[in-house]
Write a protein that binds this ligand. Structure first.
Ligand code: PAF
Length: 286
């Protein structure tokens, strides 16, 4: 049974009741239009807690002026049905007035420095300020013990980890593995915009990520790995924003560290796709 809650006092009563009874509460924040990837986050949350709260809130402050906030897909009935099947206890669906009582343009802003300026942050200025601003609010509203974020949005995960550590939020962050289609394409709400011709091509991103990992592990220089990946994606019809190898923690450029991640953002037709692959570089490589 998933209780749908849109009133903050009711949310607080519900969560307080659970924590007073000694139950651990997990939280899965989303913007709705849920697919199998999101439901896997809910199932993972279940493994870490007695109760799971999910939220659906299409957050206006993380959309840029050229990104279509009003056309973001909203599928509440489908979302509730899927959350129920995935074992979610409560769905928090705040409206904009609850989230931003003085209006989204007058919101107190939370800004994480450094890691927000590169990669996605460089291509979507202000995006991570909006994410940090809403996630801080969601944590204060729900007050979970643990929160689950997908590794698919790798930089977002780094931003949230920084936010939690820096502001001492008493929330444990769990990173969930990326769910993939059979050909390796990472599951995403955006995949529905791919045309039938583009859909098989989109799996090239995962193949290129795998080649980037193999090349670094084999000792190829990072710059060459990145330029080869960019060329291969361009030849496959992508408009590439970045194809890079970074350190896992704060995403700085280095191929010397052992814990690395290859990250790609590229446009296929009108659809912008992102994906990544974590790997360990053996100390002996290169
Ligand atoms: O990953 C998302 O869906 C959003 O960025 C989040 C974390 C729910 C904040 O709006």
């Amino acid at each position: 049974m998933t209780t749908v809650i849109d009133d903050l006092a009711q949310l607080r009563d519900t969560v307080r009741g659970w924590t007073r009874a000694g139950e651990r509460v997990a939280f899965v924040p989303t913007m709705g239009n849920l697919h199998a990837g999101h439901f896997s986050l809910v199932r993972l949350a279940r493994e870490h807690a007695d109760r799971v709260v999910a939220s659906v809130f299409v957050n206006p402050t993380q959309f840029g002026p050229n990104e279509d906030f009003s056309r973001y897909p909203r599928t509440p009935e489908q979302d509730v049905a899927g959350l129920r099947d995935a074992g979610c206890d409560a769905l928090w669906m705040p409206n904009v007035d609850t989230m931003y009582p003085f209006g989204a343009d007058k919101a107190v802003q939370v800004r994480v420095p450094g890691v927000t300026d590169m990669l996605e942050g460089a291509h979507r200025p202000g995006h991570f300020d909006g994410v940090a601003t809403v996630v801080a609010r969601l944590f204060l509203q729900v007050q979970p013990d643990v929160a689950v974020f997908g590794r698919k949005d790798y930089q977002q995960l780094a931003v949230i980890r920084y936010l939690v550590r820096e502001m001492s939020f008493p929330v444990e962050i769990v990173a969930a593995p990326t769910m993939r289609e059979a050909d390796g394409l990472a599951m995403s709400s955006r995949n529905q915009y791919l045309t039938p011709d583009e859909r098989p091509q989109a799996a090239e991103i995962h193949r290129v990520l795998t080649s980037m990992r193999d090349a670094i592990v084999a000792g190829t220089a990072r710059e060459k790995v990145e330029s080869d990946a960019t060329r291969r994606l361009a030849e496959a019809g992508f408009d590439v924003d970045y194809a890079v190898v970074r350190r896992q923690d704060l995403l700085e450029p280095s191929a010397r560290d052992e814990a690395l991640v290859a990250l790609i953002a590229a446009r296929l037709g009108r659809t912008r796709l992102i994906d990544n692959l974590e790997f360990q570089r053996p100390a002996s490589a290169g």
